[in-house]
Write a protein that binds this ligand. Sequence first.
Ligand SMILES: [Zn+2]
Length: 76
Amino acid sequence: MRSAKPKPLSCPQCQGTTFTRKTTTYPMPMPDGRQVNVGRVAVQECAHCHHLIPTKAGSEKISRAMAAVAQLFFGS
Ligand SMILES: [Zn+2]
């Protein structure tokens, strides 16, 4: 833990800097074209275009979910 000051967040789609923090279902596109919905992910939602950016905790949850999905795809 050495993040003393949070870096300003800006939206990759509209460069907006106003975000609302929420917990929502985050759709993850899969390599084969399917989509996996990861439930209850912590995100910042852009106030302008509603683009969702996972928080650090949200990203970690998505990573765990994707690992579980990979098991389904590539596991025995
Ligand atoms: Zn935006």
